[in-house]
Structures are given as structure tokens and as C-alpha cells.
Design a protein around this ligand. Structure first.
Ligand SMILES: [Fe+2]
Length: 443
């Protein structure tokens, strides 16, 4: 509990303070508003409080409160991080819009807050000020006050547009963070899809596989959410459940998670492969949990099921554990090792947490590869990831095909950062077919 709390405090402390300082630097006309200034300053404090509340409610078992606090903390952390990255652009736009004039002005006293007095005068371009009529010696009660002056008085159209554009950056970031975290909190959808092989054994025609990847039981996904997902999935009567890694970030809850999956009552059971988070959390303990469960782990290994007269080979590849520039060689070797027991006449499904295992799988003639790991980048558009759109060989999200070999990369059941836009959490329900129906639900 203490490690994530300290991490959160550092994130909110460092990025929060940095964002506050940069806000003053980039948007000085905001900073002159006392209410805005107070809101900006208090944001990191709210982030830290939400983080502490999250940890406390986790310890007390208050699931809903923990989720709300976690979401608030995530929105603020994402906003702070994005602000630090984008405020230099706002600063540049602001300067183009005359923001440099405001830079030099001291902040008003609290008693004058939100009243465009001295700063409005400062926004008046010099030539405008020079051309303005001098105040007449009328009584003070008749003099025009700053309160009556429009806040953009004296700004040229170009300055007004540029300062508006600069102000839009943090507003857009804040709105996007809220929308992304709200979308990331939505229920995982069960997505039916059908893939075709012309030589599919008749006994496997219509065979349904529930593909669970990247569940990430932990801070954002609890056993309760997994149980609800499995209840909904059971209504689709899957024949087999395949779990392609990153099942639980909390090994104390892994046995219960495995128990829930095995209770789905799929006729041909549930099988798992390893992901990088299994290594991060402790592979020995993970393997022990699988050994004691009814969800065997296939690690560089394979098993063959008899479906009527057909053979269905399930293989599980290893994971390179760390980020590598080129995991290709590792993945080629592990895919080859995992297929050693494959009968020649079996229809084969490879579980490879890393989708790039598909390259070797296609070379080996594996009919179907199921993968995860990428979470689809958690940013998508029309069923494709917005990350690395120019690099299809990364197989970020969705259905891919090379000859008779097909791959589906899931965007994941869960995540460790609850932010998704256009890339919802999913549990694909894949039907094997010898013939494509009229309208496939695949992309
Ligand atoms: Fe993952």
C-alpha cells in the first residue's frame, strides 16, 4: 500500500507543483484571477487527498469509494502531466497574442479579485493608450470604472484569438482527462466476432472462445467486476476460455480470480499464458497459483484437446518480460518451443501475450493467435489504435491476417491506468467458422 501512495504523492507533488508554476508562466491573464489562481493551486492538494483516500478506502475494503477516489486522482494526475507537456505551447501562443504584456504586471490584491482593473489597462496596446482621451477632471463618482470595462478591451482581434487558443489548451486537456477516465470506467464489453478458415474441421465450426487478456486485477479492476463480466459471458455459452497474460497485479487475489474463471463452466475449460506482469509480480508464485487452480498455465508448452474427431492444440508462448527494442528473436524462439508438442493434423491456437509473436506463428502455420499487452494504446478510432498507425506490424489492436494465419489483439479487459478514448475495454468472444456469416462483427 505504501509504495503506490508514495508514488502518487511524488507524481502529484512534482507534476502538480510544476503545472501550477507553468500555468502562471504560460497563462498570466488567468493567474490574475484570484479564483482561478486558487483553483489551480488547490488542484495538486486535491490530487494528493484523493490518492490518500484511495489507499485508505482500499485498506478498509470500501470498493466504491476507492474507485471514485482513484478516478479523481487519475484525472488530476493525467491533467497535470499533460499540462506540463503542453503549457510551453500555450505560452508561445499567449506571447503571440500579447501575453508578454501581462507577464510584467503584478497580480492584483485579493480585494480586487476578478475585477479587470489594472491588468485590463495593461492589455491596452501602447498606441491605443496613447490615442485614448485623457481623463477629464470630472468628479470621481462620474469616472468610468474598471468594472465597466470589457475584459478584452484593447486586445486586437489577433491577440484575442491567440490568447483564446492558448487558454483552450488546458481547458481541452482537463475535459479530455475527465472524458477518458469516464470512458475507462465503463463496463468491459463482450464483443462477438467470427473468423473463417476454409479448412476448419467440421467439429470446430461454431466453436466459441472467450478471450480474456490484461484483466489487471488490482487498483481499478476488482474481483467483483471480473465476476460480473464472467456472468455476462456465461450467457454466450463459450466452449473454451483463454487468458493471455497480465491477469492480476495483486497476487493475493490471483487464486480467487482463477477460481472465478474456472467456475464459468466452459465445456473445454480455461487455459492461460503468461504476460509481463506475471514476471513483474512474481512468476514463481503465479505458477504455484495456477498449479493449484483449474486454469493451467501453458508456458513454452502446449496441450491438445479432442473436440469430437478433431484435434485442437492450445499453445502458450513465454514473454520477454522487459521492453526490448527488438523482441523478435525471443518471440520466434518461444513460439517454436511452445509448438513442439503440436500434432501435425491439429487446428492450433497460440496464446502470445505479445502480439508480435504472430510473425513466427504465421511462419509456423498456426491458424489463430490470441494476444493482448498493448491495451490498444487505450486510444482508438473505428476499431484501430491511434498509436503507431504507420506501423501495422506492431498489431496494436484488432484482427490481422497473413494467409491462413489470423491474429486478434485484444484491447484488454482492464488496465492499470483508467483512461480510454475510442478504445473500450473488451472481452472478445470469437467464433471459429468455416464460412463467414453475412455481417461479421469484427472490424
Ligand atoms: Fe497489460
Amino acid at each position: 500500500m505504501w509504495r503506490p501512495l508514495v508514488f502518487g504523492l511524488v507524481v502529484h507533488g512534482v507534476f502538480g507543483m510544476l503545472a501550477v508554476s507553468m500555468m502562471r508562466w504560460a497563462l498570466p491573464w488567468w493567474w490574475q484571477k484570484a479564483r482561478v489562481r486558487r483553483a489551480i493551486k488547490v488542484t495538486p492538494v486535491v490530487g494528493i487527498a484523493a490518492m490518500a483516500l484511495w489507499m485508505l478506502s482500499m485498506a478498509l475494503g470500501l470498493g466504491m469509494l476507492a474507485y471514485v477516489a482513484a478516478s479523481v486522482s487519475a484525472v488530476i494526475a493525467l491533467t497535470e502531466l499533460a499540462l506540463v507537456l503542453t503549457l510551453p505551447l500555450a505560452r508561445a501562443l499567449g506571447r503571440l497574442g500579447g501575453g508578454q504584456r501581462l507577464d510584467a504586471q503584478p497580480a492584483p490584491e485579493p480585494s480586487q479579485e476578478d475585477e479587470p482593473s489594472a491588468q485590463v489597462v495593461a492589455q491596452v496596446p501602447e498606441q491605443t493608450a496613447a490615442a485614448a482621451p485623457q481623463p477629464s477632471p470630472r468628479p470621481a463618482t462620474d469616472a468610468p470604472t474598471a468594472r465597466q470595462a470589457p475584459p478584452v478591451a484593447g486586445l486586437t482581434r489577433r491577440q484575442w484569438i491567440m490568447q483564446g487558443a492558448a487558454s483552450a489548451i488546458p481547458l481541452t486537456i482537463g475535459t479530455t482527462a475527465v472524458a477518458g477516465v469516464a470512458a475507462g470506467s465503463e463496463l468491459t464489453s463482450i464483443r462477438p466476432m467470427t473468423f473463417e478458415w476454409s479448412d476448419l474441421p467440421q467439429e470446430l465450426d461454431g466453436f466459441k472462445i472467450l478471450h480474456l487478456s490484461d484483466i489487471h486485477i488490482g487498483f481499478y479492476i476488482g474481483l467483483h467486476q471480473l465476476e460480473q463480466l464472467l456472468e455476462r459471458a456465461e450467457a454466450h455459452k463459450p466452449d473454451l476460455v483463454l487468458v493471455t497474460g497480465d491477469l492480476s497485479d495483486d497476487l493475493d487475489r490471483l487464486p480467487d480470480a482463477l477460481n472465478l474463471i474456472s467456475q464459468l463452466r466452459a465445456p473445454h475449460g480455461a487455459w492461460a499464458s503468461v504476460g509481463n506482469h506475471e514476471y513483474y509480480r512474481g512468476i514463481k508464485r503465479v505458477l504455484r497459483s495456477h498449479e493449484r487452480s483449474e486454469v493451467p498455465m501453458l508456458l513454452d508448452n502446449a496441450t491438445t484437446l479432442k473436440i469430437g474427431g478433431a484435434k485442437l492444440c492450445l499453445a502458450g508462448a513465454d514473454d520477454p518480460r522487459r521492453l526490448r527494442n527488438d523482441p523478435g528473436a525471443f518471440l520466434s524462439q518461444t513460439v517454436q518451443r511452445s509448438l513442439r508438442k503440436r500434432p501435425e493434423d491439429a487446428f492450433t491456437i497460440l496464446m502470445s501475450h505479445r502480439p508480435r509473436g504472430f510473425d513466427e506463428a504465421a511462419r509456423q502455420g498456426v491458424e489463430l493467435t490470441l494476444a493482448g499487452h498493448t491495451h490498444g494504446g487505450q486510444l482508438g478510432w473505428q476499431g484501430r489504435s491511434l498509436l503507431f498507425p504507420d506501423q501495422p506490424e506492431r498489431y496494436m489492436w484488432g484482427h490481422f491476417q497473413k494467409g491462413q494465419s489470423q491474429l486478434y489483439t485484444s484491447s484488454g479487459v482492464g488496465h492499470w491506468l483508467p483512461f480510454r478514448l475510442g478504445c473500450p475495454a473488451e472481452a472478445p468472444l470469437i467464433t471459429l467458422s468455416a464460412q463467414v456469416p453475412d455481417a461479421t462483427s469484427d472490424h
